[in-house]
Write a protein that binds this ligand. Sequence first.
Ligand code: GUN
Length: 283
Amino acid sequence: MTAQLIDGIALSKSIRAEVGARAAALAAAGHRPGLAVILVGDDPASAVYVRNKVKACAECGIHSVLEQYDAALGQAELLARIEALNADASIHGILVQMPLPRHIDPHKVIEAIATAKDVDGFSVHSAGTLMTGLPGLRPATPYGCMKLIESTGVDLRGKHAVVVGRSNTVGKPMALLLLQANATVTVCHSATPDLAHHTRQADVVVAAVGRRNTLTASMVKPGAIVVDVGMNRNDEGKLCGDVDFAGVREVAGWITPVPGGVGPMTITMLLVNTIEAASATAA
Ligand code: GUN
């Protein structure tokens, strides 16, 4: 069996078209959606991510402001900027790009963002709404993974989903989103003995550990949905995920490629969250 590709670029395109229409409607009603993106320091990968976020906003008619600061920016100064953006009615979402320089406490920064503007969904409040099933802003990457899984048309009720990775930004919220969709969920991580024992039983596997070849063909149940969150480089310097794509695609039923799977969806769901935040203010 050769797996069907889950095309994150095509799905992104259709969701971004909806985002554009919603942004235009909000703007026409006098509520142009706005996103503030803050970058501290000169990490080249972060600079690329931030540029792509700002570009995606422009393409969808979302107003964005990019604030770039030297790595020496003090924590108090950053918190003061967040306070000002919290009070700025033209801004509906605030994103502080991670990682931050070591002298800045990321938890303090995340918690300083107004709950209604937490478009990353990283705050304790947002995590709490996800945990309890209340409405709220969901972290973009796992939210995007859910959309990719939904696009297969497979109903998750009664299915066994295995999440590999337990980060606050992907693994843990992913497990909660799958649970909310009525899957039976197992979370595996670096201290899990015999990872393959778990993944072989999974109807859905989400790999989010940041190490290539974590999931190989012999670890996958035939027909399973495989979602690859990894962004790694192989020996030739080519982008690759956590999944051995060539091997696993011969066993799985559906698989997301890297690049072109989860990556584009992360930015797309940030745009969706910005629209949701703006709509909540406009209501
Ligand atoms: N750094 C890498 N991914 C992300 C993300 O989704 N949000 C923020 N704020 N920083 C990141």
